[in-house]
Design a binder for this molecule. Structure first.
Ligand SMILES: *Cc1c(COP(=O)(O)O)cnc(C)c1O
Length: 408
C-alpha cells in the first residue's frame, strides 16, 4: 500500500528539527513566560528568540510580531481590529477584499457587513489573479482597509501584493494633502464630517510564506498573517504582523500579553516551533518542487484526456497544481485515489460539506461541471518523481473507469 501525501496546502508535516526544538518546552522549561522568576524568564527568553526569527524573516521589529492561535485568528484580529478601532458604529466605513479569499477573511468580512460595514468583493480574472485597477476602482473616501490574499490556497495563484501596496501608499499620501486640516480649500466641504482616514493594507500570506518575497517593507503591507502548520511547523500557532502605528483594537480580552494586542498565556513550545519553521524557510531549495510540479503537469497532459489547468501557469507557486478532469466527479476521484493510498483535495461540493462547489473556482468563472471535476494537488518537500508516476497512472485508470460508467 502506497502512502502518498499531495495535500500540502491543507497542512504540512512538522519538520523533525522543528519538533526537536519544541520538545524541551513541554516538560522541562514549562514556566509561564510572564512570570518574573527564573522558570518564567527562561521561557520568555525562548519566546523572544522565536519572535526575533519571525521579525527577521518579515523584515520588521520584534514588537510588530503578534503570536496567535493560527492564521484564522490573525486574519480576524487584523480585520476586526482595524474596523473596531475606527468608530465603525457611528461612521459608515468601507473595506475592500476579494471574492476568493480564505473563509478566515471572507466570513469575517461578511460578519462585519451584517454589523453595518460596507464591503466590496473584487472578482479575480479568469487567470486567478486580481487586477490592481479593479482594487483601485473600489476605493472611496470612507475606505479604511484593503485585504487581499497573497497566494490563493486552492489554485496557488500569486497576487500583485507589492503593486497594491504601492497603490495604497499613493492614495494615503494624496489623502494627507486633501485632508481638511491641512488644506483650507477642503474645509468648506460640508459633506465630510471627518478628516480622511488612512487605508490599511492586510494580506493573508499563509500560502505564500514558503515561496514568495515576504519582506513587509518591500511589499508595503501594514498587516500580514501567516500560519505554522502550512510551513512545516505545528498546528495551532500563527503570526500577525502589525506595522507600528496601526490603529488596531484587540478582539480577545484578558491579560496584557503580546504588546496588549492578544490576551492569553504565551504558548512557548508552539512559538519556539514557529520560530524554527520560519528559520528553515530561508534555507529551502525550491528547484526540486518546481521540477516535480512541472513534471506532474506534463505527465497529466500526456496521460489524461480532457484535463485543464485552473489558474495562471506563470503566476503560481511551485507547490500547486489545480486541474479539472472533464466529465468526472472530483469527489469520486478523491475517494478512489485515497483507496490507492494517495491524498489530494477537490473543489467539488460534497467534500466541503456544502452544496455549492468551491467559491474560488466559481470566482474565476469555471462552470459547475469543471469545478466538480477539479483536483488540487499540492506537493511537499518529501515527494518524489516515482510518486508522481504512480499517481498519474492511478488517476488515468480511475478517470477512464468513471467516464465509462457515466451516462452519455
Ligand atoms: C490554512 C489557511 C488559513 C487558516 O490558517 P489556520 O492557521 O489553520 O487557522 C488562512 N488562510 C489561508 C490562505 C490558509 O491556507
Amino acid at each position: 500500500m502506497q502512502n502518498i501525501y499531495f495535500d500540502n496546502a491543507a497542512t504540512t508535516p512538522v519538520n523533525k528539527n522543528v519538533l526537536e526544538v519544541m520538545l524541551p518546552y513541554f516538560c522541562e522549561i514549562y514556566g509561564n513566560a510572564s512570570s518574573l522568576h527564573s522558570f518564567g524568564q527562561e521561557a520568555l527568553k525562548a519566546v523572544d528568540e522565536a519572535r526575533a526569527k519571525v521579525a527577521n524573516f518579515l523584515g520588521c521589529e520584534t514588537n510588530e510580531i503578534i503570536f496567535t492561535s493560527g492564521a484564522t485568528e490573525a486574519d480576524n484580529l487584523a480585520i476586526m481590529g482595524v474596523v473596531f478601532a475606527n468608530n465603525y458604529l457611528e461612521k459608515k466605513i468601507h473595506i475592500i477584499t476579494t471574492e476568493f479569499e480564505h473563509p478566515a477573511v471572507l466570513e469575517t468580512c461578511k460578519y462585519l457587513e451584517k454589523q453595518g460595514v460596507e464591503v466590496s468583493y473584487v472578482k479575480p480574472g479568469s487567470d486567478g489573479v486580481i487586477k490592481v485597477e479593479d482594487i483601485e476602482k473600489e476605493i472611496k473616501d470612507n475606505t479604511i482597509l484593503i485585504s487581499v490574499m497573497y497566494v490563493n490556497n486552492e489554485i496557488g495563484t500569486i497576487q500583485p501584493i507589492k503593486e497594491i501596496g504601492q497603490l495604497v501608499k499613493k492614495i494615503n499620501s494624496e489623502r494627507i494633502t486633501r485632508d481638511p486640516s491641512t488644506s483650507s480649500s477642503l474645509r468648506s466641504d460640508s459633506a465630510r464630517d471627518d478628516t480622511l482616514r488612512q487605508i490599511y493594507f492586510h494580506t493573508d500570506a499563509v500560502q505564500a510564506a514558503l515561496y514568495c518575497e515576504m519582506n513587509v517593507e518591500n511589499l508595503g503591507v501594514d498587516l500580514m498573517a501567516i500560519s505554522g502548520h502550512k510551513i512545516y511547523g505545528p498546528k495551532g500557532i500563527g503570526v500577525l504582523y502589525i506595522k507600528k502605528g496601526t490603529r488596531l483594537q484587540k478582539i480577545q480580552h484578558g491579560g496584557h500579553h503580546e504588546f496588549n494586542k492578544r490576551a492569553g498565556t504565551l504558548n512557548t513550545p508552539l512559538m519556539v516551533g514557529m520560530g524554527k519553521a520560519v528559520e528553515l524557510i530561508q534555507t529551502r531549495d525550491l528547484n526540486k518542487i518546481k521540477f516535480l510540479r512541472d513534471y506532474l503537469w506534463q505527465e497529466l497532459q500526456k496521460n489524461i484526456v480532457d484535463v485543464s489547468l485552473n489558474g495562471s501557469w506563470e503566476d503560481r507557486t511551485p507547490t500547486n497544481l489545480n486541474v479539472s478532469v472533464q466529465g468526472v466527479e472530483g469527489e469520486a476521484l478523491l475517494l478512489g485515489l485515497d483507496m490507492a493510498g494517495i491524498a489530494i483535495s477537490t473543489g467539488s461540493a460534497c467534500s466541503s460539506g456544502s452544496l455549492e462547489p468551491s467559491h474560488v473556482l466559481m470566482s474565476i468563472g469555471l462552470s459547475h461541471e469543471a469545478a466538480h471535476g477539479s483536483l488540487r494537488i499540492t506537493l511537499g518537500e518529501e515527494n518524489t518523481k516515482e510518486e508522481i508516476d504512480y499517481f498519474v497512472q492511478q488517476l488515468k485508470q480511475l478517470a477512464e473507469k468513471f467516464r465509462q460508467m457515466a451516462p452519455k
